[in-house]
Design a protein around this ligand. Structure first.
Ligand code: ADP
Ligand code: MG
Length: 720
């Protein structure tokens, strides 16, 4: 067996695992112990200072220098008491990972630890290495990170981490967080106005988010022995284990103890960091798992998801495991997503997506529900763009994953409510009559409680009291789809409020005006509602008839970001300028090209330097054997037939790899980034990846197992 493969498998055989123990049986004993929480702030700051910080967090007010100095001093004292020596501004640049630049508290000149308010508020990382899509060169602006007080400060890896946004000196956002904060502000404003139609006391609406994170786990030695996993995060080759075997019950059920201990370990670390992970580890595919923290304010939930992914990577090291966050690490098996559970919660405590027993709240519920459906219908291309990535391309529209068509699932009962509302025509409500009853919207809670039909194939589904955006990729920073979702909701709600207000001004009764507008919206957005099997070809055909977009690849999906509509609404709400959108588009296209380029190189190298040599070795064995049989006058035609099969695959691989490399040489000179990305998509990925893979995978099934150079799926996937 190939040395590397054998060595890796030997290492795995020797692995042992230590049991992990929580610091205490009671989670409350250690929950958020590494976080500078509001409680800790309250305990350490002067009451006046605390009030200022609190209002900065709750109302987005600016923090003055003195306040910042006091907070910095309190944070420093707390951090040093916990053995921390360094601090960093923690941010989420467009590279997709989190970034930090560590500075010491220790001031060598003064000989003491210092941490000033200015250092808390602002820092200048060496930003030149972060992608900026040409913004910086255009404006010659440097970037800086700015404290985001709405996300709590924490200690991770003995470093004090200050959540920040990353912007250029000319104000352009260089990260994922800055636009999200603006979109959340926009939806707050628009939703508050709409809520006030129902309850005048509402003064704030906050968006909340709960992410269900899927991931694969493989042994670190096995991971390191597969160049494609190391370089691309996914396997570019690999024959599926015999049908059925991969889904064998044997592999489900008990979580392997090594993975179990890893989970327990990272959950403890997460809890210490205040990330409310709830223990839940259902397996989906072999070696695939899921973790779902309890929902939080969207800004904090976004930071927590990024942080959790970091924590998982680092804790996995301790257990000699590697985490695969890629959307499709193994062909033929389930991909990984990150369901984004999203809702809007008003300051009076009402979740606007919660059907209630109060008829008035139900009209509010319907208002938000219908507006969401309308927003998804209207801005489907933008929503699609927000989840576009080279990794997610493998998942969307492929096996067991939502299609690239944006549709909304409501469940049959809610659909019936909307249908009734639509078909009832213009009901006249006489004085003293119960409008809710007449419209059939007085008994929604009853129906919803019975509603158990859950559609797992929908990219955007209503699940009782929240929407679940399921098409989001497992490796994505959720700030991007959440920016778009909240922005399009803000736009839609603003429009709704305007139209309803105009009707009221003209003398229409408020409730009637609301119902009438909703009725129009229901008609307008009907095409986006779909209850059937989203994975089926029938749906793709039906969606086409309905005129719904179905953009299957990233370079084309990204066009929606730089469309007129997109630029208009991003600018209208101050979330991003056209320039920022153009810059981001450029970054994402470059990123896509890079990913496909790396995979093409891997496919080429692994084919030529690993697979073909192994096939030739095996051929030589066959040739020797055929000769020997011939010498003894025995029939050797069956050996010749294997030889032919092996040879045919070698020829296919060699021919296609050469052709692919030639095409790459040609398209690399395409100036326009979008055109180059499309060329990589159509002329490289679509034209060669599967053809080469198919031949390699066939060889894997032909060649002596001893000679095969790459770890096989069954070896990687079934952890002990
Ligand atoms: P499933 O989708 O598998 O049924 P759950 O019902 O357990 O999963 O919820 C999944 C996620 O949705 C969790 O993170 C949970 O905290 C979150 N969630 C529940 N209610 C809300 C809400 N109102 N807003 C946002 N997220 C929510
Ligand atoms: Mg779910």
């Amino acid at each position: 067996m190939s040395n590397q493969r054998q060595r890796a498998l030997n290492i795995v055989q020797q692995r042992t695992t230590d049991r992990v123990f929580a610091p205490s049986d009671k989670i409350s004993d250690f929950f958020a112990e590494e976080v500078f929480t509001m409680d800790k702030m309250k305990a350490t700051l002067a009451p006046d200072t605390f009030k200022k910080v609190e209002s900065a967090i709750k109302k987005g007010k600016k923090i003055d220098v003195e306040t910042a100095n006091e907070v910095a001093s309190a944070v420093k004292t707390w951090a040093i008491s916990k053995g921390t020596t360094h601090y960093t501004h923690w941010f989420q640049p467009l590279t997709g990972a989190t970034a930090e630049k560590h500075d010491s508290f220790f001031d060598a000149h003064k000989g003491i630890e210092v941490f000033k308010g200015s250092e808390l508020i602002q820092q200048e990382p060496d930003a030149s290495s972060f992608p900026n899509g040409g913004i910086r060169s255009t404006f010659e602006a440097r970037g800086y990170t700015a404290w985001d007080p709405s996300s709590p400060i924490f200690i991770w890896g003995r470093t004090l981490c200050i959540p920040t946004i990353f912007v250029s000196y000319t104000g352009e956002a260089l990260d994922y967080k800055a636009p999200l904060l603006k979109a959340v502000e926009a939806v707050d404003k628009a939703a508050t106005k709409v809520c006030q139609l129902f309850d005048r006391n509402v003064n704030r609406v906050s968006a909340s988010l709960g992410c269900e994170q899927e991931y694969f786990v493989v042994d670190k030695a096995l991971f390191n022995a597969r160049p494609d996993l190391v370089m691309a995060g996914r396997t570019v080759f690999g024959r599926h284990p015999a049908r059925g075997q991969q889904l064998d019950d044997h592999y489900f059920g008990a979580i392997p103890s090594r993975v179990y201990n890893f989970m327990k370990d990272f959950e403890i670390e997460c809890l210490k960091l205040g990330i409310p992970v709830s223990t839940r580890h259902n397996e989906v595919a072999p070696s695939q798992f899921e973790v779902a923290p309890i929902f939080e304010d969207i800004n904090v939930a976004t930071d927590h998801n990024s942080l959790m992914m970091d924590v998982m990577n680092r804790v996995a090291e301790r257990h000699d495991l590697s985490i695969l966050f890629h959307e499709k690490p193994f062909a033929g098996l389930n991909g990984s997503g990150k369901h984004n559970n999203w809702s809007l919660i008003a300051s009076n405590g009402v979740n606007v997506f919660q059907p209630s027993s109060s008829a008035r709240e139900n009209l509010q519920f319907l208002t938000f529900l219908v507006n969401t459906v309308k927003a998804i219908h209207e801005y489907a291309p933008l929503l699609r763009a927000s989840i576009a990535s080279a990794g997610n391309d493998h998942r969307l529209g492929a096996n067991e994953a939502p299609p690239a068509i944006m549709s909304v699932f409501l469940g049959s009962d809610l659909n019936a409510v909307l249908d009734e509302l639509e078909n009832n025509g213009n009901i006249k409500i006489d004085k003293g009559e119960n409008m809710y009853m007449k419209l059939g919207i007085d008994k929604i809670p009853e129906i919803i409680l019975d509603n158990t039909d859950r559609n797992r194939t929908s990219p955007f589904a209503f699940t009782g009291n929240k929407f679940e955006f399921r098409a989001v990729g497992s490796n994505q920073n959720v700030a991007e789809p959440m920016t778009v979702l909240n922005l399009i909701m803000a736009k839609q709600l603003k429009e709704f409020y305007k139209v309803v207000s105009e009707r009221i001004k003209k003398g229409e009764d408020k409730k009637i005006a609301i119902v009438n507008v909703l009725r129009e919206y229901i008609k307008d957005s009907k095409a986006v509602r779909f209850e059937g099997d989203g994975y089926s070809q029938e749906w793709a055909d039906e969606a086409e008839r309905r005129g719904l977009p179905n953009v299957k690849d990233t370079p084309r999906a990204l066009d929606a970001y730089v469309s007129k509509t997109s630029k208009h609404i991003f600018e209208e709400f101050g979330v991003m300028s056209p320039l920022e959108l153009e810059a981001r588009n450029e970054i994402q296209l470059e990123n896509y090209i890079l990913k496909i380029q790396i995979e093409a190189r891997l496919i080429s190298e692994m084919s030529m330097a690993q697979v073909i040599p192994a096939a030739i070795n095996y051929q030589n064995k066959l040739i020797q054997n055929a000769r020997g049989l011939g010498e003894f006058g025995l029939d050797n035609s069956h050996i010749k037939s294997i030889l032919e099969k092996v040879n045919a695959q070698i020829v296919t691989i060699q021919k296609n790899v050469t052709a692919m490399n030639d095409v790459r040489g040609e398209i690399n000179s395409i100036e326009d980034t979008r055109e180059r990305a499309i060329a990589y998509c159509d002329q490289i990925k679509a034209a060669y990846f599967d053809v080469i893979r198919d031949a390699v995978d066939r060889l894997e099934g032909l060649i002596d197992d001893e000679d095969w150079p790459l770890l096989k799926y069954r070896e990687m996937l079934f952890l002990r």
